[in-house]
Design a protein around this ligand. Structure first.
Ligand SMILES: [Zn+2]
Length: 161
């Protein structure tokens, strides 16, 4: 496959996984020429997995988009690249399972999944993501959200310094 970064067409597959109990196969590829990593999907034709956006429009599911949001939230946080990768794998897997029937999933469900996973991993990242994703209307709402988190079991995974 052609590298989206440098255009070279030689790559090697570094990881291959089945999604949603066999509906799709996801391959992680690495460009031989520049080392850029990208993802390809193999699925039965006309079963493209779609995301329903807030305004009702649909767009193809985009792992990179989730990755960007998660990376931003985890910027300078003590979470390894492997940790991020497996978090995104989990989100992708669960999204694929939740949307299996209709081959689509709402952006809100994905956002909630991301929040749930981030919450279990890193509290600061959770707050960052939540403040962008939920567009808190006011401070009360934001404080309530933080209190909710403080009373939840995720507290024990915390490594605040
Ligand atoms: Zn390349």
């Amino acid at each position: 496959m052609r590298c989206p970064h440098c255009g070279n067409s030689d790559d090697k597959v570094i990881d291959s996984r089945t999604l949603a109990a066999g509906d799709a196969i996801r391959r992680r590829r690495e460009c031989i020429s520049c080392g850029f990593r990208f993802t390809s999907y193999e699925r039965i034709e006309d079963k493209q997995f779609m995301v329903i956006k807030k305004d009702g429009r649909r767009e193809p599911f985009d792992r990179e988009k989730i990755e960007r949001g998660v990376q931003r939230a985890l910027e300078k946080r003590p979470v390894s690249q492997m940790g991020i990768e497996s978090l995104i794998n989990e989100i992708e897997d669960e999204a694929a399972i939740l949307g299996k029937e209709d081959h689509e999933i709402s952006a809100k469900v994905i956002g909630d999944l991301v929040l749930e996973k981030l919450g279990a991993l890193d509290r600061v990242a959770y707050i960052r993501f939540a403040s962008v994703y939920r567009h808190f209307d006011n401070l009360d709402e934001f404080v309530r959200e933080i209190h909710k988190m403080e009373n939840s079991p995720m507290e024990k995974n915390n490594d605040e310094t």
